[in-house]
Design a protein around this ligand. Structure first.
Ligand code: GRF
Length: 208
């Protein structure tokens, strides 16, 4: 639990933004536990930006620099967050690795959703990885972001069964539906319930 006042949230998204949509819908119903203030994207074409405008949420594209897999300079991104007094960053399909100074400034205050039951299948194309591996159960994970790929203490997970008659496409559709249920619920819990870290374990509940 962060503080008594309503947390100010920003989403980082690179693409379609269906998870942003789920978060924004929950916020507009008053079910997210915080206020969604801005969407930041490294991709000016991201549909997530259009979705933000439709929700009346500020849409920003800070500079990315020369590299594809990370931000050359995180300072303008951090400045944009500070100017808007953002408390928590929610990564939702953000396709670049983050480092210091952003991760230092938002340690334990940045969440990500990944479409696998971590630590299985980190990295790109997690649904395809799980599908090709032939798993019988997969799912999605919301976790705190650390300076390691798809790692960090787990806030919430949801399972998705792989059916005998599934195709990768039908599995993907159920996975995304599961993500859209899990992420808003996990954010709400993270924002509204006290928690502590016991090693890697994120434990909800007041200290005894
Ligand atoms: C989701 O599957 C999310 O778990 C992963 O990237 C995808 C983003 O989809 N990190 P969208 O842009 O939210 O529709």
């Amino acid at each position: 639990m962060l503080s008594a006042r309503s947390a100010r949230l920003a989403v980082f998204a690179s693409g379609n933004g269906s998870n942003f949509e789920a978060l924004a819908s929950a916020a507009s119903r008053g079910e997210l536990g915080g206020d969604l203030v801005a969407v930041l994207s490294d991709n000016p074409q991201a549909f997530a930006l259009e979705r933000a405008r439709l929700h009346g949420i500020e849409a920003l594209t800070p500079p990315t620099g020369r590299f594809r897999s990370r931000l050359e300079d995180e300072t303008p991104w951090l400045d944009a967050l500070r100017e808007r007094r953002i408390d928590v960053v929610l990564l939702a399909g953000f396709m670049r690795r983050l480092h210091a100074p952003l991760l230092d400034a938002f340690a334990r205050r940045m969440l990500n959703i990944h479409p696998s039951l971590l630590p299985a299948f980190p990295g790109l194309d997690a649904i395809g990885q799980a599908w090709r591996h032939g798993v019988r159960v997969t799912g999605c994970t919301v976790h705190l972001v650390e300076d390691a790929l798809d790692a960090g203490p787990i806030v919430a997970q949801a399972t998705v069964e792989v059916r005998e008659d599934d195709t990768q496409e039908s599995l993907e559709a159920r996975m995304h539906a599961a993500e859209h249920r899990l992420y808003p619920a996990a954010v709400r819990r993270y924002l509204t319930e006290p928690f502590r870290l016991d090693g890697r374990r994120l434990v909800f509940g007041a200290e005894e």
